[in-house]
Ligand binder design. Sequence first.
Ligand code: G4P
Length: 526
Amino acid sequence: MDVKEEIKRRRTFAIISHPDAGKTTLTEKLLLFGGAIQVAGAVKSNKIKHSTTSDFMEIEKQRGISVATSVMGFEYNNLKINILDTPGHQDFAEDTFRTLTAVDSVIVVIDVAKGVETQTEKLVEVCRRRDTPVIVFINKLDREGKDGFALLDEIELKLKIKVRPLSWPIGMGPDFKGVYSMYKKELILFNPHGKQEDEDIIRITDLDDDELEKRVGERLANELREEVNMVEEIYDPFEKEKYLTGQLSPVFFGSAINNFGVKELLDCFTDIAPYPQPLPAEEREIDPFEKKFTGFVFKIHANIDPNHRNRIAFVRICSGLFERNKNYFHIRSGKKLKFSSPTSFMASKKEVVDAAYPGDIVGLHDSGKFRIGDTLSEGEQLHFKGIPSFSPELFKYIENADPMKSKQLAKGIDQLMDEGVAQLFTQVTNNRRIIGTVGALQFEVIQYRLKHEYGASCQYTPVNLNKACWLSSENESDLQEFVKKKQRHIALDKHGNTVFLAESAWMLKMAQEDFPKVNFHFTSEF
Ligand code: G4P
Protein backbone atom coordinates (compact mmCIF):
# COMPACT_ATOMS: atom_id res chain seq x y z
CA MET A 1 0.00 0.00 0.00
CA ASP A 2 1.42 3.40 -0.87
CA VAL A 3 1.64 6.32 1.53
CA LYS A 4 -1.41 8.02 0.06
CA GLU A 5 -3.61 5.00 0.66
CA GLU A 6 -2.20 4.57 4.16
CA ILE A 7 -3.13 8.16 4.98
CA LYS A 8 -6.64 7.75 3.60
CA ARG A 9 -7.34 4.76 5.77
CA ARG A 10 -6.44 6.50 9.01
CA ARG A 11 -9.00 7.89 11.43
CA THR A 12 -7.54 9.67 14.42
CA PHE A 13 -10.00 10.87 17.02
CA ALA A 14 -10.70 11.40 20.70
CA ILE A 15 -13.68 10.56 22.85
CA ILE A 16 -14.53 13.41 25.18
CA SER A 17 -17.03 13.72 27.98
CA HIS A 18 -17.68 15.00 31.44
CA PRO A 19 -16.35 12.42 33.95
CA ASP A 20 -18.73 9.48 34.42
CA ALA A 21 -20.71 9.92 31.21
CA GLY A 22 -19.21 6.68 29.87
CA LYS A 23 -16.06 7.57 27.91
CA THR A 24 -14.03 4.64 29.24
CA THR A 25 -16.87 2.19 28.70
CA LEU A 26 -17.43 3.36 25.14
CA THR A 27 -13.70 3.23 24.35
CA GLU A 28 -13.61 -0.32 25.59
CA LYS A 29 -16.57 -1.39 23.48
CA LEU A 30 -15.04 0.16 20.39
CA LEU A 31 -11.83 -1.73 21.06
CA LEU A 32 -13.82 -4.95 21.47
CA PHE A 33 -15.36 -4.42 18.03
CA GLY A 34 -11.96 -3.75 16.59
CA GLY A 35 -10.69 -6.99 18.14
CA ALA A 36 -8.01 -4.95 19.90
CA ILE A 37 -9.05 -6.39 23.24
CA GLN A 38 -10.82 -9.66 23.98
CA VAL A 39 -12.50 -9.06 27.29
CA ALA A 40 -14.40 -6.27 28.89
CA GLY A 41 -12.55 -4.58 31.72
CA ALA A 42 -9.26 -4.48 29.84
CA VAL A 43 -9.31 -0.71 29.57
CA LYS A 44 -8.95 0.82 32.95
CA SER A 45 -10.57 4.08 33.68
CA ASN A 46 -7.78 6.62 33.80
CA LYS A 47 -9.56 8.92 36.11
CA ILE A 48 -8.84 9.67 39.70
CA LYS A 49 -12.15 8.49 41.01
CA HIS A 50 -12.30 10.48 44.17
CA SER A 51 -10.91 13.91 43.72
CA THR A 52 -8.96 13.93 46.96
CA THR A 53 -5.92 16.09 46.48
CA SER A 54 -3.65 13.90 48.54
CA ASP A 55 -4.10 10.48 47.06
CA PHE A 56 -0.73 10.27 45.38
CA MET A 57 -0.93 6.57 44.73
CA GLU A 58 -3.99 7.29 42.65
CA ILE A 59 -2.09 9.94 40.73
CA GLU A 60 0.78 7.57 40.11
CA LYS A 61 -1.56 4.82 39.07
CA GLN A 62 -3.33 7.19 36.76
CA ARG A 63 -0.04 8.18 35.16
CA GLY A 64 0.88 4.56 34.68
CA ILE A 65 -2.43 3.74 33.12
CA SER A 66 -2.52 6.75 30.94
CA VAL A 67 0.82 5.90 29.31
CA ALA A 68 -0.58 2.52 28.36
CA THR A 69 -3.82 3.95 27.09
CA SER A 70 -2.61 7.24 25.66
CA VAL A 71 -3.24 6.03 22.15
CA MET A 72 -5.20 2.96 21.27
CA GLY A 73 -4.92 1.87 17.68
CA PHE A 74 -6.95 -0.85 16.05
CA GLU A 75 -7.96 -2.11 12.64
CA TYR A 76 -11.62 -2.11 11.63
CA ASN A 77 -13.08 -2.49 8.12
CA ASN A 78 -9.62 -2.03 6.67
CA LEU A 79 -9.23 1.28 8.49
CA LYS A 80 -6.53 2.07 10.99
CA ILE A 81 -8.31 3.76 13.86
CA ASN A 82 -6.37 5.71 16.48
CA ILE A 83 -8.25 6.69 19.62
CA LEU A 84 -6.41 9.30 21.64
CA ASP A 85 -7.21 9.07 25.30
CA THR A 86 -7.91 12.16 27.36
CA PRO A 87 -7.65 12.47 31.14
CA GLY A 88 -10.84 12.10 33.08
CA HIS A 89 -10.05 14.51 35.88
CA GLN A 90 -10.98 18.08 35.18
CA ASP A 91 -7.82 19.41 36.79
CA PHE A 92 -6.02 17.93 33.80
CA ALA A 93 -8.31 19.61 31.29
CA GLU A 94 -5.38 21.36 29.66
CA ASP A 95 -3.95 17.96 28.69
CA THR A 96 -7.21 17.24 26.97
CA PHE A 97 -7.20 20.58 25.16
CA ARG A 98 -3.76 19.76 23.80
CA THR A 99 -4.76 16.25 22.76
CA LEU A 100 -7.59 17.80 20.77
CA THR A 101 -4.99 19.53 18.59
CA ALA A 102 -3.78 16.11 17.47
CA VAL A 103 -7.09 14.61 16.32
CA ASP A 104 -9.15 14.95 13.16
CA SER A 105 -12.53 14.42 14.80
CA VAL A 106 -14.19 13.70 18.14
CA ILE A 107 -17.03 11.70 19.64
CA VAL A 108 -18.76 13.45 22.53
CA VAL A 109 -20.45 11.23 25.12
CA ILE A 110 -23.40 12.67 27.02
CA ASP A 111 -25.24 11.03 29.90
CA VAL A 112 -28.95 10.97 29.01
CA ALA A 113 -29.96 11.82 32.59
CA LYS A 114 -27.39 14.52 33.26
CA GLY A 115 -27.43 16.21 29.87
CA VAL A 116 -24.69 18.63 28.94
CA GLU A 117 -22.24 19.08 31.81
CA THR A 118 -19.59 21.75 32.35
CA GLN A 119 -16.56 19.80 31.20
CA THR A 120 -18.30 18.83 27.97
CA GLU A 121 -19.05 22.48 27.31
CA LYS A 122 -15.42 23.49 27.72
CA LEU A 123 -14.10 20.67 25.55
CA VAL A 124 -16.58 21.19 22.75
CA GLU A 125 -15.72 24.88 22.77
CA VAL A 126 -12.13 23.93 21.91
CA CYS A 127 -13.43 21.71 19.09
CA ARG A 128 -15.62 24.50 17.78
CA ARG A 129 -12.70 26.88 17.66
CA ARG A 130 -10.92 24.43 15.37
CA ASP A 131 -14.04 23.36 13.40
CA THR A 132 -13.37 19.77 14.45
CA PRO A 133 -16.11 17.40 13.24
CA VAL A 134 -18.17 16.15 16.19
CA ILE A 135 -20.39 13.07 16.56
CA VAL A 136 -22.59 12.96 19.67
CA PHE A 137 -23.37 9.72 21.52
CA ILE A 138 -26.12 9.94 24.10
CA ASN A 139 -25.43 7.21 26.61
CA LYS A 140 -27.19 5.24 29.36
CA LEU A 141 -30.57 4.90 27.62
CA ASP A 142 -31.13 1.84 29.83
CA ARG A 143 -31.82 4.39 32.57
CA GLU A 144 -34.48 7.04 32.88
CA GLY A 145 -33.28 10.32 31.46
CA LYS A 146 -34.25 13.48 29.73
CA ASP A 147 -36.65 13.61 26.81
CA GLY A 148 -34.83 13.24 23.47
CA PHE A 149 -35.96 16.54 21.98
CA ALA A 150 -35.28 18.48 25.17
CA LEU A 151 -31.80 17.00 25.25
CA LEU A 152 -31.09 17.94 21.64
CA ASP A 153 -32.21 21.51 22.38
CA GLU A 154 -29.92 21.58 25.38
CA ILE A 155 -27.00 20.33 23.26
CA GLU A 156 -27.59 22.97 20.59
CA LEU A 157 -27.92 25.70 23.18
CA LYS A 158 -25.06 24.83 25.51
CA LEU A 159 -22.60 23.32 23.07
CA LYS A 160 -23.50 25.81 20.35
CA ILE A 161 -23.49 23.14 17.66
CA LYS A 162 -26.21 22.17 15.21
CA VAL A 163 -27.32 18.59 15.58
CA ARG A 164 -29.05 15.99 13.44
CA PRO A 165 -30.19 12.75 15.09
CA LEU A 166 -29.29 9.70 13.01
CA SER A 167 -30.87 7.29 15.45
CA TRP A 168 -33.86 7.60 17.74
CA PRO A 169 -34.56 5.76 21.00
CA ILE A 170 -37.64 3.62 21.50
CA GLY A 171 -38.62 4.07 25.12
CA MET A 172 -36.15 4.66 27.90
CA GLY A 173 -35.05 3.15 31.21
CA PRO A 174 -36.98 -0.05 32.03
CA ASP A 175 -39.07 0.65 28.95
CA PHE A 176 -36.11 0.88 26.60
CA LYS A 177 -36.70 -1.29 23.56
CA GLY A 178 -33.98 -0.21 21.21
CA VAL A 179 -33.22 2.41 18.61
CA TYR A 180 -34.35 3.09 15.11
CA SER A 181 -31.37 3.95 12.93
CA MET A 182 -32.32 6.64 10.45
CA TYR A 183 -28.88 6.34 9.00
CA LYS A 184 -29.37 2.74 7.94
CA LYS A 185 -33.17 2.48 8.15
CA GLU A 186 -32.95 -0.36 10.62
CA LEU A 187 -34.61 -1.22 13.87
CA ILE A 188 -32.17 -2.46 16.45
CA LEU A 189 -33.68 -4.19 19.43
CA PHE A 190 -32.28 -3.91 22.90
CA ASN A 191 -31.20 -7.05 24.59
CA PRO A 192 -30.27 -6.00 28.13
CA HIS A 193 -27.00 -7.37 29.46
CA GLY A 194 -26.69 -9.56 26.43
CA LYS A 195 -24.58 -9.27 23.40
CA GLN A 196 -26.15 -7.50 20.52
CA GLU A 197 -26.62 -10.16 17.85
CA ASP A 198 -27.33 -9.82 14.16
CA GLU A 199 -30.85 -11.15 14.66
CA ASP A 200 -31.57 -8.17 16.91
CA ILE A 201 -31.41 -6.01 13.81
CA ILE A 202 -34.58 -5.80 11.74
CA ARG A 203 -34.54 -3.88 8.51
CA ILE A 204 -37.57 -1.62 8.29
CA THR A 205 -37.54 0.67 5.30
CA ASP A 206 -41.04 1.91 6.01
CA LEU A 207 -41.94 2.83 9.58
CA ASP A 208 -45.61 2.06 8.81
CA ASP A 209 -44.68 -1.61 8.51
CA ASP A 210 -46.77 -3.74 10.96
CA GLU A 211 -43.58 -5.47 11.97
CA LEU A 212 -42.85 -2.48 14.18
CA GLU A 213 -45.93 -3.14 16.40
CA LYS A 214 -44.99 -6.79 16.67
CA ARG A 215 -41.54 -5.91 17.89
CA VAL A 216 -42.08 -3.00 20.27
CA GLY A 217 -45.85 -2.87 20.93
CA GLU A 218 -48.44 -0.45 19.65
CA ARG A 219 -47.82 2.45 22.01
CA LEU A 220 -44.07 2.65 21.43
CA ALA A 221 -44.50 2.02 17.70
CA ASN A 222 -46.83 5.01 17.38
CA GLU A 223 -44.59 7.13 19.56
CA LEU A 224 -41.60 6.28 17.40
CA ARG A 225 -43.44 7.14 14.16
CA GLU A 226 -44.52 10.46 15.58
CA GLU A 227 -41.10 11.33 16.90
CA VAL A 228 -39.25 10.31 13.76
CA ASN A 229 -41.66 12.51 11.78
CA MET A 230 -40.89 15.36 14.12
CA VAL A 231 -37.17 14.81 13.69
CA GLU A 232 -37.57 14.95 9.90
CA GLU A 233 -39.54 18.17 10.21
CA ILE A 234 -37.39 19.96 12.75
CA TYR A 235 -33.90 19.03 11.65
CA ASP A 236 -32.18 19.54 8.32
CA PRO A 237 -31.18 16.35 6.55
CA PHE A 238 -27.75 15.03 7.40
CA GLU A 239 -25.03 16.29 5.08
CA LYS A 240 -21.57 14.82 5.38
CA GLU A 241 -19.95 18.01 4.06
CA LYS A 242 -21.47 20.01 6.90
CA TYR A 243 -20.28 17.47 9.44
CA LEU A 244 -16.76 17.56 8.01
CA THR A 245 -16.57 21.33 8.38
CA GLY A 246 -17.86 21.21 11.95
CA GLN A 247 -21.23 22.75 11.11
CA LEU A 248 -23.47 19.78 11.84
CA SER A 249 -23.18 16.97 14.37
CA PRO A 250 -24.95 13.65 13.94
CA VAL A 251 -26.41 12.23 17.16
CA PHE A 252 -26.68 8.57 18.19
CA PHE A 253 -28.44 7.05 21.19
CA GLY A 254 -27.38 3.91 23.02
CA SER A 255 -26.03 2.25 26.11
CA ALA A 256 -22.29 1.72 26.12
CA ILE A 257 -22.25 -0.66 29.06
CA ASN A 258 -24.72 -2.92 27.25
CA ASN A 259 -22.77 -2.56 24.04
CA PHE A 260 -25.92 -1.19 22.53
CA GLY A 261 -25.90 1.33 19.71
CA VAL A 262 -22.10 1.20 19.70
CA LYS A 263 -21.72 -0.73 16.46
CA GLU A 264 -24.09 1.69 14.71
CA LEU A 265 -21.98 4.56 16.02
CA LEU A 266 -18.76 2.92 14.87
CA ASP A 267 -20.15 2.06 11.43
CA CYS A 268 -21.30 5.61 10.86
CA PHE A 269 -18.02 6.94 12.23
CA THR A 270 -16.02 4.83 9.78
CA ASP A 271 -18.28 6.00 6.92
CA ILE A 272 -18.09 9.71 7.61
CA ALA A 273 -15.14 10.59 9.87
CA PRO A 274 -12.34 12.44 8.12
CA TYR A 275 -8.92 11.02 7.31
CA PRO A 276 -5.93 13.13 8.38
CA GLN A 277 -6.52 16.74 7.50
CA PRO A 278 -4.21 19.67 6.76
CA LEU A 279 -2.91 21.37 9.89
CA PRO A 280 -1.94 25.01 10.35
CA ALA A 281 1.63 26.07 11.05
CA GLU A 282 2.60 29.69 11.58
CA GLU A 283 4.32 29.73 8.22
CA ARG A 284 1.77 27.85 6.11
CA GLU A 285 -0.75 25.04 6.14
CA ILE A 286 0.71 21.54 6.00
CA ASP A 287 -1.04 18.98 3.87
CA PRO A 288 -0.79 15.36 5.04
CA PHE A 289 -0.02 14.22 1.50
CA GLU A 290 3.16 16.29 1.27
CA LYS A 291 6.21 14.12 0.70
CA LYS A 292 8.30 15.43 3.56
CA PHE A 293 7.77 14.42 7.14
CA THR A 294 6.46 16.92 9.69
CA GLY A 295 5.01 16.37 13.15
CA PHE A 296 4.55 18.03 16.52
CA VAL A 297 4.71 17.09 20.18
CA PHE A 298 1.31 17.36 21.87
CA LYS A 299 1.99 15.45 25.03
CA ILE A 300 4.98 14.49 27.13
CA HIS A 301 4.83 11.72 29.63
CA ALA A 302 7.41 11.18 32.32
CA ASN A 303 8.41 7.69 33.29
CA ILE A 304 6.81 6.72 36.53
CA ASP A 305 9.92 4.84 37.56
CA PRO A 306 12.19 7.43 39.19
CA ASN A 307 15.28 5.34 38.32
CA HIS A 308 14.62 5.80 34.64
CA ARG A 309 13.80 9.40 34.27
CA ASN A 310 13.12 9.03 30.57
CA ARG A 311 10.13 10.65 29.12
CA ILE A 312 7.99 9.78 26.17
CA ALA A 313 7.10 12.57 23.77
CA PHE A 314 3.96 11.86 21.80
CA VAL A 315 4.24 13.12 18.26
CA ARG A 316 1.37 13.47 15.84
CA ILE A 317 2.59 12.79 12.32
CA CYS A 318 1.20 15.59 10.15
CA SER A 319 2.73 14.88 6.74
CA GLY A 320 5.07 12.51 4.92
CA LEU A 321 6.49 9.26 6.13
CA PHE A 322 8.16 9.02 9.53
CA GLU A 323 11.03 6.52 9.56
CA ARG A 324 13.03 4.95 12.32
CA ASN A 325 16.72 5.94 12.49
CA LYS A 326 16.35 8.80 10.07
CA ASN A 327 17.61 12.26 10.96
CA TYR A 328 14.95 14.84 11.64
CA PHE A 329 15.23 18.48 12.45
CA HIS A 330 14.11 19.69 15.88
CA ILE A 331 13.16 23.25 15.05
CA ARG A 332 13.43 24.85 18.50
CA SER A 333 16.95 23.64 19.21
CA GLY A 334 18.08 23.64 15.59
CA LYS A 335 19.48 20.14 16.16
CA LYS A 336 19.17 16.97 14.15
CA LEU A 337 17.70 14.07 16.06
CA LYS A 338 17.44 10.40 15.22
CA PHE A 339 15.07 7.95 16.90
CA SER A 340 16.13 4.34 17.20
CA SER A 341 13.03 3.03 18.94
CA PRO A 342 9.91 4.99 18.11
CA THR A 343 6.88 3.22 19.49
CA SER A 344 3.41 2.89 18.16
CA PHE A 345 0.38 1.91 20.18
CA MET A 346 -1.94 -0.89 19.22
CA ALA A 347 -4.61 -1.40 21.85
CA SER A 348 -2.63 -1.11 25.04
CA LYS A 349 0.53 -2.68 23.59
CA LYS A 350 3.53 -0.61 22.69
CA GLU A 351 5.82 -1.75 19.91
CA VAL A 352 8.79 -0.37 18.06
CA VAL A 353 7.87 0.68 14.55
CA ASP A 354 9.97 1.26 11.44
CA ALA A 355 7.56 3.67 9.85
CA ALA A 356 4.48 5.71 10.69
CA TYR A 357 2.06 7.72 8.56
CA PRO A 358 0.16 10.99 8.92
CA GLY A 359 -2.58 10.56 11.50
CA ASP A 360 -0.45 8.15 13.51
CA ILE A 361 1.01 8.94 16.89
CA VAL A 362 4.52 7.80 17.72
CA GLY A 363 6.09 7.80 21.14
CA LEU A 364 9.69 9.05 21.14
CA HIS A 365 12.09 8.52 24.00
CA ASP A 366 13.13 11.85 25.33
CA SER A 367 15.81 12.74 27.82
CA GLY A 368 14.49 16.26 28.25
CA LYS A 369 14.89 17.81 24.80
CA PHE A 370 11.25 18.13 23.97
CA ARG A 371 8.68 20.64 24.99
CA ILE A 372 4.97 20.59 24.27
CA GLY A 373 4.32 22.20 20.91
CA ASP A 374 7.77 21.41 19.44
CA THR A 375 7.85 20.77 15.70
CA LEU A 376 9.93 18.17 13.88
CA SER A 377 10.60 18.41 10.13
CA GLU A 378 13.05 17.37 7.45
CA GLY A 379 14.62 20.82 7.58
CA GLU A 380 11.91 23.36 6.86
CA GLN A 381 11.37 26.00 9.54
CA LEU A 382 7.83 25.31 10.69
CA HIS A 383 5.91 25.92 13.88
CA PHE A 384 2.61 24.13 14.28
CA LYS A 385 -0.09 26.32 15.74
CA GLY A 386 -2.98 25.72 18.05
CA ILE A 387 -1.23 24.36 21.13
CA PRO A 388 -1.66 27.35 23.38
CA SER A 389 -1.27 27.61 27.11
CA PHE A 390 -4.46 28.72 28.75
CA SER A 391 -4.64 31.49 31.26
CA PRO A 392 -4.32 29.70 34.61
CA GLU A 393 -6.74 30.31 37.40
CA LEU A 394 -4.84 29.24 40.51
CA PHE A 395 -1.51 30.65 41.59
CA LYS A 396 1.10 30.07 44.26
CA TYR A 397 4.63 31.25 44.87
CA ILE A 398 7.00 28.32 44.63
CA GLU A 399 10.06 28.38 46.84
CA ASN A 400 13.01 26.14 47.48
CA ALA A 401 12.63 24.21 50.73
CA ASP A 402 16.07 22.60 50.59
CA PRO A 403 18.93 25.00 49.78
CA MET A 404 21.25 22.05 49.01
CA LYS A 405 19.02 21.01 46.13
CA SER A 406 18.39 24.22 44.26
CA LYS A 407 19.85 22.86 41.02
CA GLN A 408 17.58 19.81 41.16
CA LEU A 409 14.63 22.05 41.88
CA ALA A 410 15.36 24.29 38.90
CA LYS A 411 15.74 21.30 36.61
CA GLY A 412 12.60 19.65 37.96
CA ILE A 413 10.50 22.76 37.56
CA ASP A 414 11.89 23.29 34.07
CA GLN A 415 11.07 19.78 32.92
CA LEU A 416 7.64 19.65 34.53
CA MET A 417 6.75 22.91 32.81
CA ASP A 418 7.97 21.49 29.48
CA GLU A 419 5.60 18.59 30.05
CA GLY A 420 2.81 21.12 30.44
CA VAL A 421 1.94 20.18 34.02
CA ALA A 422 1.58 23.86 34.92
CA GLN A 423 2.94 27.26 33.96
CA LEU A 424 5.78 29.22 35.48
CA PHE A 425 5.83 32.99 35.71
CA THR A 426 8.83 34.94 36.96
CA GLN A 427 8.09 38.37 38.34
CA VAL A 428 10.33 41.02 36.78
CA THR A 429 10.81 43.17 39.88
CA ASN A 430 11.98 40.50 42.31
CA ASN A 431 12.51 37.29 40.30
CA ARG A 432 10.02 35.41 42.46
CA ARG A 433 8.55 32.38 40.75
CA ILE A 434 4.84 31.77 40.56
CA ILE A 435 3.22 28.52 39.48
CA GLY A 436 -0.09 28.89 37.71
CA THR A 437 -2.44 25.96 37.13
CA VAL A 438 -5.95 25.22 35.98
CA GLY A 439 -6.64 22.76 38.81
CA ALA A 440 -5.71 22.44 42.47
CA LEU A 441 -4.41 18.91 42.02
CA GLN A 442 -1.43 20.07 39.98
CA PHE A 443 0.20 21.78 42.97
CA GLU A 444 0.25 18.48 44.82
CA VAL A 445 1.45 16.63 41.74
CA ILE A 446 4.34 19.07 41.25
CA GLN A 447 5.45 18.90 44.87
CA TYR A 448 5.25 15.12 44.87
CA ARG A 449 7.06 14.67 41.59
CA LEU A 450 9.80 17.17 42.44
CA LYS A 451 10.49 15.13 45.55
CA HIS A 452 10.29 11.68 43.99
CA GLU A 453 11.79 12.26 40.59
CA TYR A 454 14.27 15.08 41.25
CA GLY A 455 14.99 14.80 44.96
CA ALA A 456 14.03 18.44 45.40
CA SER A 457 11.73 20.03 47.94
CA CYS A 458 9.50 22.98 47.35
CA GLN A 459 7.04 24.91 49.40
CA TYR A 460 4.19 27.12 48.33
CA THR A 461 3.23 30.54 49.61
CA PRO A 462 -0.13 32.02 48.78
CA VAL A 463 -0.24 34.84 46.28
CA ASN A 464 -3.22 37.01 45.68
CA LEU A 465 -3.80 36.64 41.96
CA ASN A 466 -6.89 36.21 39.87
CA LYS A 467 -5.70 35.99 36.29
CA ALA A 468 -2.57 35.97 34.15
CA CYS A 469 -2.83 37.28 30.62
CA TRP A 470 -0.49 37.69 27.75
CA LEU A 471 0.01 41.11 26.22
CA SER A 472 0.41 42.55 22.77
CA SER A 473 0.09 45.90 21.08
CA GLU A 474 0.31 47.38 17.60
CA ASN A 475 2.88 49.77 18.97
CA GLU A 476 5.83 48.49 20.97
CA SER A 477 6.01 51.83 22.82
CA ASP A 478 2.43 51.45 24.14
CA LEU A 479 3.33 48.06 25.51
CA GLN A 480 6.53 49.38 27.07
CA GLU A 481 4.63 52.18 28.75
CA PHE A 482 2.17 49.71 30.22
CA VAL A 483 4.97 47.44 31.42
CA LYS A 484 6.70 50.39 33.07
CA LYS A 485 3.59 51.61 34.83
CA LYS A 486 2.52 48.16 35.98
CA GLN A 487 5.95 46.75 36.68
CA ARG A 488 4.92 45.24 39.99
CA HIS A 489 2.37 43.13 38.16
CA ILE A 490 4.49 42.07 35.24
CA ALA A 491 6.10 38.66 34.87
CA LEU A 492 7.71 36.62 32.14
CA ASP A 493 6.42 33.21 31.15
CA LYS A 494 8.73 30.30 30.41
CA HIS A 495 9.32 31.49 26.87
CA GLY A 496 10.11 35.04 27.94
CA ASN A 497 6.74 36.48 26.91
CA THR A 498 5.38 39.37 28.91
CA VAL A 499 2.45 38.54 31.16
CA PHE A 500 0.20 40.77 33.24
CA LEU A 501 -0.74 39.35 36.64
CA ALA A 502 -4.07 40.77 37.74
CA GLU A 503 -5.03 40.57 41.40
CA SER A 504 -8.72 40.81 40.67
CA ALA A 505 -11.18 40.91 37.81
CA TRP A 506 -11.70 44.57 38.63
CA MET A 507 -7.99 45.33 38.35
CA LEU A 508 -7.89 43.65 34.95
CA LYS A 509 -10.90 45.63 33.81
CA MET A 510 -9.30 48.91 34.93
CA ALA A 511 -6.06 48.06 33.14
CA GLN A 512 -7.99 47.29 29.96
CA GLU A 513 -9.84 50.58 30.22
CA ASP A 514 -6.79 52.67 31.06
CA PHE A 515 -4.68 51.15 28.28
CA PRO A 516 -6.98 50.67 25.30
CA LYS A 517 -4.02 50.22 22.96
CA VAL A 518 -2.78 47.16 24.82
CA ASN A 519 -4.38 43.81 24.00
CA PHE A 520 -4.91 41.32 26.82
CA HIS A 521 -4.98 37.66 25.77
CA PHE A 522 -6.27 34.67 27.70
CA THR A 523 -4.27 32.09 25.80
CA SER A 524 -0.59 32.24 24.93
CA GLU A 525 -1.37 32.03 21.22
CA PHE A 526 -3.01 35.02 19.64
P1 G4P B 1 -15.98 8.05 32.14
O1 G4P B 1 -14.83 7.34 31.54
O2 G4P B 1 -16.69 8.98 31.18
O3 G4P B 1 -15.68 8.76 33.41
O4 G4P B 1 -17.12 6.99 32.51
P2 G4P B 1 -17.06 5.41 32.67
O5 G4P B 1 -17.00 4.74 31.36
O6 G4P B 1 -16.05 5.06 33.71
O7 G4P B 1 -18.53 5.18 33.22
C1 G4P B 1 -19.00 5.79 34.41
C2 G4P B 1 -20.02 4.90 35.06
O8 G4P B 1 -21.17 4.78 34.20
C3 G4P B 1 -19.53 3.49 35.30
O9 G4P B 1 -20.15 3.02 36.47
C4 G4P B 1 -20.11 2.72 34.11
O10 G4P B 1 -20.26 1.36 34.37
C5 G4P B 1 -21.43 3.41 33.93
N1 G4P B 1 -21.97 3.30 32.56
C6 G4P B 1 -21.33 3.44 31.38
N2 G4P B 1 -22.18 3.25 30.36
C7 G4P B 1 -23.39 3.00 30.89
C8 G4P B 1 -24.68 2.68 30.33
O11 G4P B 1 -24.88 2.61 29.14
N3 G4P B 1 -25.69 2.47 31.22
C9 G4P B 1 -25.51 2.53 32.58
N4 G4P B 1 -26.56 2.30 33.34
N5 G4P B 1 -24.31 2.79 33.13
C10 G4P B 1 -23.26 3.02 32.30
P3 G4P B 1 -19.42 3.05 37.88
O12 G4P B 1 -20.34 2.39 38.83
O13 G4P B 1 -18.96 4.43 38.18
O14 G4P B 1 -18.11 2.26 37.62
P4 G4P B 1 -17.91 0.71 37.53
O15 G4P B 1 -17.76 0.30 38.92
O16 G4P B 1 -19.12 0.13 36.83
O17 G4P B 1 -16.66 0.61 36.71
